[in-house]
Design a protein around this ligand. Structure first.
Ligand code: BGC
Length: 483
């Protein structure tokens, strides 16, 4: 009896070592086999940020073409060259064994919608988006099975309608100095139209395409993790509120059928209502959550004290966010002002989603590192800091998955140095260096690391299969002994 108990204890310890759900792989040892089988890895891009060719093949002008001060105008309907372009991309990816994961709307849209009716400020935009989505499902859905409707509606609403630094550059004081706009109200309307558009597209897919094409439809939300600036109850509540006003703003309506209660409490009647008819199609319209996560910030309460930069407004949830506490950054700085290296934030944001949304399937659709500014070419190419960044974030992601989070994929942002919106060409996040004059591409060290990380699967799989085999044996042994 004694021996049996002792053996069981030893076996229990072995099981703990083999299967410990809480352990964090050391970032140096993070490997592909730390992730479940079927987990997909990739590198993300967006059309406007890498394609160029703004006037080729009859493409109509977009809001970003105008915003970047390009004149002209050529508008059309379904453009066969556009369909052919994306057919070629999809076919070539598949030929190389790469599964396409397509986002329908990633910040840029035809300028014509802006001019005609104010684009996302107007419910008419929902119908145009549905029309566009249907064309994509019809033409590409035989090969594309992973669809995201909109990239970061929350960030888009903030940058374009609160701060006014993305087109159509609308805002009001104290958030920014724009000719038109209302930073307190317009982002709420824009988000509302985007969520309804998502719901309509998801319904379209379910009703008309899903049974034949068998794909899934989700949305991608920009997500910082928030830590209380101080240990006070007020700042702790502010951190929770910041998550509600940034993350749950875009997800609660699509999963529960309404905006987060925290937002209803602070906004009152200015937060739009969903009709019963609308609730029917937005509620439950997500097959997965797309997670764009780069960094964490501190949150400070503004209900009881003054905050600068509009933190004391309802649209900001009466929360002020910052990357510094007493002058000390929350993590190592990067090339972008609000992006700090805080790897544990990855585990925390995944767990927040897991708990709030009943562990709905998730994909990390963007995670990346902006190189420090003004690096020379050699340092840019020898980007070991980017490698450390990804290893550390992946280690915390693997830990969240071991603790039960249903995360099914991870995409590095970005494949190659791109056009970084309001930062123009001054930021480099790519696995490939792009010479801005010649357009030559040179692989960085991080490209080699990612390739190596992904290709070591077979060796590691063998080891993890062996580990699974041993732990199954042990479990069988325990079962037999205890029966
Ligand atoms: C956007 C990307 C952008 C990246 C880095 C994300 O919010 O989806 O388009 O390039 O952040 O700035």
């Amino acid at each position: 009896m004694q021996v049996k108990v002792y053996c069981r204890f030893i076996l229990f310890l072995c099981m703990l070592v083999l299967c410990s759900p809480h352990s964090l792989a050391h970032p140096e040892e993070i490997k592909r086999s730390d992730f479940p089988s079927g987990f997909i890895f990739g590198a993300a891009t967006s059309a406007y940020q890498i394609e160029g060719a703004y006037l080729e093949d009859g493409k109509s002008l977009t809001n970003w073409d105008f915003f970047c001060q390009i004149n002209g105008g050529r508008f059309g309907k379904v453009n066969p060259s556009g369909i052919m372009f994306y057919n070629n991309i999809i076919d070539n990816l598949l030929a190389k064994g790469i599964e396409p994961f397509v986002t329908l709307h990633h910040h840029d849209l035809p300028q014509e919608f802006e001019d005609r009716y104010g684009a996302w400020l107007n419910p008419l935009m929902q119908e145009d988006f549905v029309y566009f989505a249907e064309i994509c499902f019809k033409n590409f859905g035989d090969r594309v099975k992973l669809w995201s409707t909109i990239n970061e509606p929350n960030l888009f609403a903030e940058m374009a309608y609160i701060k006014g630094v993305y087109p159509p550059a609308r805002c009001s004081e104290p958030f920014g100095n724009c000719s038109f706009g209302n930073s307190d109200l317009e982002p709420l309307i824009v988000m509302h139209n985007m969520l309804l558009a998502h719901g309509k597209v998801a319904k379209l897919y379910k009703d008309r395409f899903k049974s034949e094409q068998g794909g899934v439809v989700g949305i991608v939300i920009s997500m910082f993790m928030y830590e209380p600036l101080t240990d006070t109850k007020l700042d702790k509540e502010a951190a929770i509120r910041a998550l509600a006003f940034n993350v749950a703003w875009g997800l609660d309506p699509l999963i529960f059928g309404d905006y987060p209660p925290e937002m209803r409490q602070y906004h009152g009647s200015e937060l739009p209502q969903f009709s019963l008819e609308e609730i029917k199609y937005i509620n439950g319209s997500l097959d997965f959550i797309g997670v764009n996560h780069y960094s964490s910030l501190y949150a400070k309460d503004c209900t009881q004290s003054y905050c600068p930069l509009g933190g004391d407004h309802a649209v900001k949830g009466f929360t002020y966010t910052t990357g510094e506490r007493d002058g000390v950054p929350i993590g190592n700085r990067t090339g972008m002002e609000r992006f700090f290296v805080v790897p544990e934030g990855m585990e925390k944001i995944i767990n927040y989603l897991k708990n709030r949304y009943n562990n709905m399937p998730m994909y990390v659709t963007e995670n990346g590192y902006p190189s420090p500014q003004h690096q020379n070419l050699e340092d840019t190419l020898q980007d070991s800091d980017r490698i450390e960044f990804h290893k550390a974030y992946l280690a915390y992601l693997a830990k969240a998955i071991r603790d039960g989070a249903d995360v099914r994929g991870y995409f590095v942002w970005t494949l190659m140095d791109d056009f970084e919106w309001d930062h123009g060409y001054n930021q480099r996040l790519g696995l490939y260096y792009v010479n801005r004059s010649t357009l030559d591409r040179i692989p960085k060290l991080s490209r080699d690391w990612y390739k190596h990380f992904l290709s070591y699967d077979s060796v590691d799989n063998e080891r993890s299969n062996r580990e699974k085999f041993i732990s199954n044996k042990i479990q069988n042994y325990i079962n037999i002994r205890s029966s």
